[in-house]
Design a protein. Structure first.
Length: 323
């Protein structure tokens, strides 16, 4: 099949591109010369365009679009998130439909349901957080909603929702923790006891491959590892793959949330361009449990994790190869 991927120069999109190129013709959105080089190195054809210049011509004869590009930063204005996540997705949908694309797969997130609350083993019937105080959550909810509502008999749409994606070439979770540790700035929130699902990158790529021709059109699916662990257990093992340990220092949930709230208002009030020491989104996620059911993905996609969490850690340590 001919597949067009957005976000291919990033962690998730790059992993999808690298895997699918073995069996399919892959085209990928390239916003800059640097992106073009990354995409070529992955073995895909770079198409010079972005979410605001994409047209049906860029998607000529494409069978499937995988939309992985998004603004996923913890900090920024609502308008920045809205333009990238909502308007950008809308533009991709219009171009894909006009080009006659058969299936549109959206890389969603459980964050689209999050507004600061615990999420205990929820399924896909859980409501969107369209009133979330976090711009990322709110705009990803809006984007996924328009993707699924665009579904029709000749234009199938699906959303796959991973949680806390990790693994080789991760550009966010592990690097961020290591950076804080090196600066002496890492502190547990409520002793890291919040429970969390996670998604090893190899498992998510497997789910994407299944979704190329499986799944019920117009539906969303949670994709996670089989195991659930506390934030403390998971992060401790994650950084141990780099030979590091995390100090025991901890602060209460109420303190980190209130501090993040105050800092948010100070930064916005002063119109500071730097990111505050901790964002409201990070404070909320580090102090909330989030566990997800994958029963729907098992039933409709035939999904089952190919890698255990421990296997993922061994791969990160270089003890075994990612296959």
């Amino acid at each position: 099949m001919k597949i067009f991927i957005t976000g291919a120069s990033g962690f998730v999109g790059g992993a999808i591109t690298s895997h699918l190129k073995e069996k399919h013709q892959i085209l990928a959105m390239a916003r800059s010369p640097a992106s073009q080089e990354k995409i070529k190195a992955l073995g895909a054809e770079a198409i010079a365009c972005d979410l605001f210049s994409i047209t049906s011509d860029h998607l000529a004869q494409v069978d499937i679009v995988i939309h992985a590009a998004a603004r996923a930063e913890e900090w920024g204005s609502f308008e920045q998130f809205y333009q990238a996540n909502v308007v950008g997705t809308q533009n991709m949908l219009m171009a894909a439909k006009a080009a006659g694309v058969k299936r549109f797969i959206f890389v969603g997130t459980e964050a689209a349901l999050f507004k600061g609350q615990d999420l205990h083993y929820i399924n896909e019937s859980y409501p969107y957080a369209l009133d979330s105080p976090y711009p990322y959550s709110q705009t990803k909810a809006m984007a996924e909603k328009q993707v699924l509502e665009a579904n029709s008999t000749d234009f199938e749409t699906l959303s796959l929702r991973p949680r806390m994606v990790w693994g080789p070439n991760d550009q966010s979770i592990l690097p961020a923790i290591l950076d804080m540790l090196n600066k002496g700035a890492f502190v547990w929130v409520a002793n890291g006891q919040a429970l969390s699902s996670s998604t090893y990158i190899g498992n998510f790529v497997h789910a994407i491959e299944l979704a190329l021709d499986k799944g019920v059109a117009g539906e969303a699916y949670f994709i996670t590892d089989k195991e659930i662990s506390s934030i403390k257990t998971f992060f401790t093992k994650l950084v141990s793959t780099r030979g590091m340990t995390i100090p025991e220092k901890s602060i209460p949930s109420w303190l980190v949330r209130s501090s993040a709230y105050v800092l948010d208002h100070i930064w916005k009030g002063l119109r500071l361009k730097t990111q505050p020491p901790i964002s409201r989104m990070a404070a909320g996620m580090m102090s909330s449990s989030c566990t997800l059911s994958t029963k729907k993905a098992q039933k409709d996609l035939g999904y089952a994790p190919l890698f255990s969490v421990e296997e993922g850690f061994r791969i990160l340590c270089g003890q075994v190869k990612d296959v």
